[in-house]
Design a protein around this ligand. Structure first.
Ligand code: ZN
Length: 496
């Protein structure tokens, strides 16, 4: 394992802590996955990219990560406070499909979009409906501890009783008295003893679509219970990192902590990590605001707020240019700037892969070597400091300057020494591809076609057929490529 001391901000303790795995080199990482009743949107992309980068960096450091991300296909209701319809069942009724058809359709489209964003697949992707027995067993365990009660075929977590021994609200910083006075019993009909109690199991009405037998009659599991059942099954009753969006901190993750403590008398998770939210032109994203953008709309430019399409890698790059705990505002200007930055980095990647060390009778320039060494150290320091991708990218651009200088001939590789040259190239490529997960969005055949056009360009130039030269140059520019006439060769780059 690399000798880096990774620090990460633990939402539970509200400070940066030195990361210490429970059972190194293994790391358990659980991230709340999507509720699959609609197309993936920007709100899905941020946790996916954030925790993919966490997974990638931990892996780079030599950890063996077991990344578990669930699929929520039952129990996520439209209303707060355990009321409302199941989101998937509601969509199924609307489309006249089976709930599992809806879940399958949107699981597939989620996978497609996540692959486009170049995120690694989770090692285990459990579905809530595939873990009903585990969830029933958990409810029984909590009942046995005397921390839940059954009423009319539903089982609720007794939050007040739990709070007598273990404080509730530590993650979100909420105080139970305030929660009690702040909660409204909307119609006065709630069967819960207290408004802060939450459902572990819900009795299903006859018309309810997704339901299972249980010791308390026919019903379905509570949403919070699913994640406790699936995380403890695959990562153990106490595991390393639990991630998700900040919006899940309360009540979802707070309830997971309570359920874990109720069953096992210990905190289920050592480090809680939460990514911040995204805004669109400074506003929260929401269907009612008309600024709800799905990833497909973003990739196709098919939305009234978008002036053009933005590629998946532009979106990934854009997310990485902010620290995951900062808010990130989507605007056309910001996205266009990200597109430029991404292309600069990818042009650098192409060059880094082409460059070769050339020995020459030249003195090694200590200053150059020092600048490169510092940028490499700083890029790692940034990642070690709570996965600060924004700063790491800044240091990569310093390395990129050196790579570009060698490409244009202003800097000779021999002045760096072969060792520093190799370190520069390998660090740059490793960071861009393996750690940040950015790649060139172009197929092999496209590459070959560009080379073919450059061949014709070169022949036209030799034949002094300047009309043809201009035509090819303009045609490539139209497609987003710039022809580079260099001293000893002809090359191309992405237009930045
Ligand atoms: Zn969850």
């Amino acid at each position: 394992m690399k000798s880096h001391q990774l620090k990460l901000y633990n939402t539970l303790s509200r400070k940066k802590e030195n990361f210490q795995a429970i059972n190194p080199p293994f790391v358990g990482l659980y991230v709340c996955g999507p509720t699959v009743y609609g197309d993936a949107h920007l709100g899905h992309a941020r946790p996916a990219v954030t925790f993919d980068t966490v997974n990638r960096y931990l892996t780079h450091l030599g950890y063996r990560v077991r990344y578990v991300r669930n699929i929520t296909d039952v129990g996520h209701l439209t209303g707060d406070a355990d009321e409302g319809e199941d989101k998937i069942a509601k969509k199924a009724k609307l489309e006249q499909l089976e709930p599992m058809e809806i879940a399958q359709q949107y699981t597939d489209s989620y996978h497609r979009d996540m692959a486009l964003l170049n995120t690694w697949k989770p090692n285990i992707e459990p579905r809530a409906t595939g873990h009903i027995p585990e969830q029933i067993a958990l409810v029984e365990a909590i009942l046995k501890e005397g921390l839940a009660y059954e009423i009319n075929g539903s089982v609720y977590f007794d939050t007040l009783k739990y709070n007598e021994k273990t404080p509730y609200g530590r993650l979100s910083g909420r105080v139970i008295d305030e929660l009690m006075s702040g909660s409204r019993d909307l119609d006065g009909q709630s069967e819960k003893r207290n408004p802060v109690d939450f459902a572990l199991w819900k009795n299903a009405a006859p018309e309810h679509l997704m339901k299972w037998d249980s010791p308390w009659g026919v019903g379905f599991p509570g949403w919070h219970l699913e994640c406790t059942a699936m995380s403890s099954k695959y990562l153990g009753t106490q595991f390393d990192i639990h991630g998700g969006g900040m919006d899940l901190m309360f009540p979802h993750h707070e309830c997971e902590i309570a359920q874990g403590n109720a069953c096992n008398h210990k905190d289920p998770v050592n480090y809680w990590m939460h990514n911040n939210m995204i805004t669109i032109n400074g506003q929260k994203m929401g269907k009612s605001l008309g600024n709800f953008i799905t990833l497909q709309e973003l990739f196709n430019g098919d939305h009234k707020l978008l002036v053009q399409a933005y590629s998946p890698m532009t979106i990934r790059y854009f997310m990485l240019t902010a620290h995951y705990r900062s808010t990130l505002d989507f605007s056309n200007d910001a996205l266009k700037a990200a597109q430029k930055g991404y292309k600069k980095l990818i042009n650098g990647l192409r060059i880094a892969k082409m460059l070769e060390y050339q020995s020459a009778d030249l003195e090694v320039e200590d200053k150059q070597v020092e600048q490169i060494e510092n940028s490499i150290t700083n890029a790692y320091r940034a990642m070690d400091d709570d996965f600060n991708t924004a700063q790491a990218i800044g240091h990569l651009f310093n390395l990129l300057k050196k790579i570009n200088s060698m490409y244009t001939g202003q800097l000779h590789s021999a002045t760096l020494s072969e060792q520093t040259f190799n370190k520069l190239i390998s660090t740059f490529i490793t960071f861009v591809e393996d750690i940040l997960g950015l790649m060139e969005e172009k197929s092999d055949s496209q590459n070959r076609m560009i080379n073919l056009l450059l061949q014709l360009y070169s022949e036209a130039k030799t034949a002094r057929d300047y009309a043809k030269v201009d035509e090819i140059r303009a045609g490539l520019k139209d497609l987003g490529f710039v022809v580079k006439d260099m001293k000893d060769k002809i090359d191309w780059a992405y237009e930045e």
